[in-house]
Design a protein around this ligand. Sequence first.
Ligand code: ASP
Ligand code: MG
Length: 437
Amino acid sequence: MKILKFGGTSVGSPERMKKLLDIIRPEEKQIVVLSAVSGTTNSLVEISQAYLDGDKRKAKQLTDALHEKYKVFVQELFATEDGKKRGVELITYHFTLIGSLDTELFTPVEEKIVLAQGELLSTALYHFYLAEIGVKSVLLPALDFMKIDEDNEPIVEYIGSHLQTLLDQKAENTLFITQGYICRNAFGEIDNLRRGGSDFTASLIGAAIRADEVQIWTDIDGMHNNDPRVVQGTKPIAQLSFDEAAELAYFGAKILHPQSVFPAQKYKIPVRLLNTMDPAAPGTLITNDSEKGIIKSIAAKDGITAVKIQSSRMLLAYGFLRRVFEVFERYKTPIDMITTSEVAVSLTIDDTKYLAEITKELEDFGTVEVDHDQTIICVVGDFSYNANGFTSSTFSALAKVPIRMISYGGSNYNISLLVKSSDKVEALQSLHKNLFQ
Ligand code: ASP
Ligand code: MG
C-alpha cells in the first residue's frame, strides 16, 4: 500500500483536481490524502475569527463569499447534471452547517468544526468526481480513525487498528481517499493536527499501517539544497535522512511540515517528495540512511531573536541552566539554539509573544541582552567530528559575515550559525559557492 498526499494547490482548481489522475493509478492499492482546496483553510480561519469576535455579519459575508467560490468550482468540476446536483447538495450541506453556528455559543469546539470543513469538502468533491467519470474509490472518514490524545499526540496504534478495519471492510477496492489535517481529540471532538498538518496525516497513516511508501506531492521538484529565492542554481536533494529532513523542514523549507517525518521515521517508511507539475522528476527521497562525506543543504530561518544572560552566578554553579530554561518553559516558548560560556548563556527563540515577561524574569539572574532581526543559517550534511573539513569550509565561506552564535556538535549532521538578517543573502550565497561549486 502506498500513501499519496496532495496539498491545497494540487486540488486548488477543478482543472488541477482532474489532473490528479495523471499521477494516481486507480488500480494500485493506495490511500490518497487530500488537503483543503488552497485558500479554504485560511478563509475558514477568518470565519471562525469573526464568530469568535461575535461579528456574525462578517462571518456570514465571509461564509457566503466562500460558498460562491465553491458553486463555481462545482460547475466546472462536474460535467453531468447528476454530478452537478450531487456537488451542489454537498456544498450546500457544508456551508449550511458553517452558517448554522451563528446561533450557538461559539467556542474553540465550534472553531475546529469550521476548520474541518475544507478537507471534508475537497475529499468528497474528488470522490464524487471520480464516481462521475466511472473510477471507483472509497471515501474513508478520517474522523473515524485519526485520533490524538490529551497532549495532542497522535495515537498510532489506534489509528492503525481503526484504519485497518475500515480497509478490510472494503478489501476488494484499491483507491481510498481520506482527509488530511483533521482528527478527533481525547474527548471525541473534532480537532486538527495544526496548520499544514496534512503531511503529518500522510506520514501517520503510512506508519500506522506500515505502508510501503509515503509520497508528498507538491509544486516543486523536492527539497532544494539552498533557498531558490536568494541563491541561483539550487538543485533538488536526491536523498535525505529523516533527521536531516526534519531539520531542513523546520528551517523554512516550506515543502514539508517539520513534524511530519517522525512517524514515518519510527517505522522506517520511506517518504518521497514529488512534483505534480513534473511527475517523472525523481524528487527527494527520505529514508533512514545518511550519506557520508557530503553536504546536503543550506537553509535559513528568519525572524529569530537572540537572548543573552550574563551572570557571574553561573560560574561553578549547578542548576543555573535549569532555572533559565524553566522561565522559557513557563511561557511555553521553544528555544532553538543554545551556546554557553562559563559566565553567560545565549539562546534563540522565534516566538516573542512573552519576551517582555521572560526578560523581566531573567533579569533576576543577571544582565539580559536581546537582539532582534537575526537569522539562523543551518548547514546540513556529514558533520561528524572526524570528517572532511566541512566545518572549516563553512567558516571560510563566512569570513566576511559577522557571526553571533555557533552551534556545532549537537548532532552529526548539522551546524547552525546565527547572523544578522541583513547578512543572510550574502551568507547563503557564499556558503553555496564554497560548499557546492
Ligand atoms: N488545510 C490545512 C491547512 O491549510 C492543512 C494542510 O493543508 O496541510 O493548514
Ligand atoms: Mg502544506
